[in-house]
Design a protein around this ligand. Sequence first.
Ligand code: NAD
Length: 415
Amino acid sequence: MEKKNALENAREQLRLAGDYLEIEENILEYLNYPKQILTVNCPVKMDNGEIKMFRGYRILHSDVRGPGKGGVRYAPEVDMDEVTALAMWMTFKCALANLPLGGAKGGITCDPSTMSDNELERLTRRFTSAIIDVIGPNKDIPAPDMNTNEQTMAWIMDTYSMQVGTTTPSVVTGKPVEIGGSLGRSDATGLGVAFVLREFCKRRNLTLKDQKIIIQGFGNVGSSLAKNLADWDVKVIGISDITGGYFDKSGLDIREMLDYISVNKNLKNYNKNERITNKELLGHQCDFFCPCAVENQITEDNAESLQCKYIIEGANGPTTPKADIILRQRNIEAIPDILANAGGVICSYFEWVQDLAAIRWSLKRVNNELENIILESFDNVYRMQEERNISFRLAAYLIAVDRLAKAIRYRGFYP
Ligand code: NAD
């Protein structure tokens, strides 16, 4: 049975790229470990007066190319290994997109679905004050991830600003535009995935409108990907969330599903199309399968049963290394997370730049620059995989790890 530890997967991906590039062992060892791990225990007063302890993490994997950047995740499964893996992937993602940022991630082990908004606010503020020494506009800049959103970022920004004594929008990205957020940020990851999917079709002479798409996950990334595809008249035939999925071979009504989700938190009682399980969703025939939920969804156990032609990874770490080998044997090509879902961090970078310079960009400028950067990365990866006849994932890691190794060599090992 394959182990599904995200950190082991991230390390294996690094190792594969390092071996291929014949990178010095000491540089690989350096990248194998996070620079800094902060674990905090946060006492939070619940609405019933009880004090509950929550464990949180902020992990800086690397700041060799710039300050740390990465989201904050609230989920019951959050643990140190998961947050470390996510921080490593951020390092590779920022390097691949050639952003002047390093990789970090944070998380709190909690079940936000059982908590009130007031409890979440108290937890977020307490967590922020507990990690305040390690975050900051030039140190490490948090952003939203699973189960955190604009409101969470506003609480972090406010708590940080109150403690340092000056309003500091550049301490987080993914904020509401009213307090220094960037136009386009909430849509950026899904839009980036859509740009990548469209470009892939162009390179392979596939007619975009003829493609049948299945999306796992209908949160920030999955819903925005679905919306952008629907805007381009591309058929999304399957969608799921944690409560299960829906299928319609003639295409789901995405706008109706988006309206439904804006009122109800999930798709549980949507009931307009054929209901299917997440397992069935993965095994359904389609052209593109887009995992946009959580890690470890495509594994050694189910990679043989996938019926798609291509995978575009919206989620972080949805495919395990063993599944990757099976997919390659089956000629199912996968566009990796560090390339496909980079739209979020690219737009976060724009938000940070706007906040530091105290200027505002138009939505058109944000989306144009996002398209330019993600397609440039795509082009680099596409050419590399073609030239060397390797997978898209290995090609993406080769570019990212090579850039990191060069930065480490130039900077040297202090002292
Ligand atoms: P989210 O919390 O907004 O949405 C997650 C979605 O996945 C929800 O619809 C949830 O119900 C569903 N889900 C959870 N577990 C599932 C399961 N086992 N099976 C099927 N569906 C399941 O989170 P998000 O921000 O959309 O992030 C999704 C993924 O994308 C994560 O891996 C995250 O790290 C990654 N990501 C997010 C961003 C971003 O900007 N939000 C950027 C890059 C990568």
